[in-house]
Design a protein around this ligand. Structure first.
Ligand SMILES: Cc1ncc(COP(=O)(O)O)c(C=O)c1O
Length: 367
């Protein structure tokens, strides 16, 4: 099976971990040990902002950033339903109410026009998601947020290597949240980072990460244990150096696949726009006018032929039982349609050109 994603770990990561293990410093109770601090410095440089705060998952990054944005019990947060559940989950854990908002069917990202419709008195923040690795429409979203005095927390979990107006994803938001889960463009096994230009937000995030403590046993606010370990940071430093080559390979594979599939009228292929550039985390196609059944049969057939096609996301969050019962009610027509028609194909850094040709030709044979 050619998996949809696969971490690429080399001897460099192995050696970096051994070095940390031999040093005896595995973590630091007040937030960040020397390796985590170094990783944060490098990650902030990569993200083009002043601060990076490393945590132990992308979900923890989102939860922390939502608290730091001032979301409190009963506040509304506008976000897409067409995303991984963690985007909404983090809002609910913080006491907020997710307001699920429809997407632009061309990019699958939250639609600025739909955001405007959902702004209410209790709205506190917007979470655009860079879905599949394509930057959200962050400039129009930021303009809306400024006009209504809302925070923008970008879910950049899939966006390592994506750009907007030539700048790294996340730069134009108040804070951006990255995942370092094993499937992502770069990984620490589990891990996350929040990036921000705001000194005040960074300070709050550092407290939230470690029990609200600046000094031991003197919590200044409610906090958590969201610390990243030195071992994770050691892997992250190596992966960050390799990231440009990983993204370049994904881009090359995406171009090659697009060349093969471009002749099929029924397929909507992933496209970059003048402003929004891809990290190519996922290469997602859409079978236009397909029923869910028809799409599922193609995915099954591809999998039978050892191609690890997957559907992201087969169930939009607002239709999941828990979210439907507690925060549901709205119909999101573009989201629901997309969930029935899209599927993703492997193009990660471990996929060879010959495998891309096999994937393209196999799919052509099924349509
Ligand atoms: C869009 C999105 N948001 C949030 C997350 C949560 O990240 P993590 O799995 O690191 O907690 C992920 C990845 O899993 C994701 O893809």
């Amino acid at each position: 099976m050619i998996p949809i994603n696969l971490p690429k770990i080399g001897e460099e990561e192995v050696e970096a971990v051994i070095k940390v293990l031999r040093s005896g410093v595995l973590s630091q109770g007040l937030g960040a040990g020397p390796t985590v601090t170094q990783f944060e410095k490098k990650f902030a440089e990569f993200a083009g902002v002043k601060h990076a705060i490393a945590v132990n998952t992308g979900t923890a990054a989102l939860h922390s950033a939502i608290i730091a944005a001032g979301v409190k019990q009963g506040d509304e947060v506008i976000l897409p339903s067409f995303t991984f559940v963690a985007t909404a989950e983090a809002v609910v854990i913080a006491g907020g109410k997710p307001v699920f908002t429809d997407i632009n069917p061309e990019t699958y990202n939250i639609s600025p026009a739909e955001i405007k419709k959902n702004i209410a008195k209790k709205t506190k923040a917007i979470i655009p998601v860079d879905l599949y690795g394509l930057s959200a429409e962050i400039k129009p979203i930021s303009e809306i947020a400024t006009k209504h005095d809302l925070a923008v927390v970008e879910d950049a979990a899939q966006a390592h290597g994506a750009t907007y107006n030539g700048k790294p994803a996340g730069v134009f938001a108040d804070a951006a949240c990255w995942s370092l889960y094993a499937s992502k463009n770069m990984t620490t096994g589990e891990g996350g980072v929040i990036t921000t230009d705001s000194d005040e937000t960074a300070e709050a995030l550092r407290l939230i990460r470690t029990h609200g403590e600046k000094a031991k046993y003197a919590s200044l606010m409610l906090g958590y244990n969201y610390r990243m370990s030195e071992i994770q940071a050691a892997i992250g430093l190596v992966q960050l150096e390799k990231l440009p080559s990983f993204v370049a390979k994904r881009r090359e594979n995406a171009k090659r696949l697009t060349r093969l599939l471009a002749k099929i009228e029924r397929l909507q292929l992933p496209e970059e726009t003048k402003d929004q550039q891809h990290s190519w985390y996922l290469y997602t196609v859409r079978l236009k006018n397909a029923t869910e059944n028809e799409r599922n049969k193609i995915v099954e057939e591809l999998r039978r032929k050892s191609i690890g096609a997957e559907v992201y996301y087969i169930q939009p969050v607002h239709l999941m039982p828990y979210y439907h019962e507690n925060f549901g009610g709205r119909r999101l027509s573009e989201t629901e349609k997309a969930a029935k028609q899209v599927f993703s194909l492997p193009i990660h850094q471990g996929v060879t050109g010959a495998q891309v040709d096999y994937i393209g030709k196999t799919l052509l044979g099924l349509l």
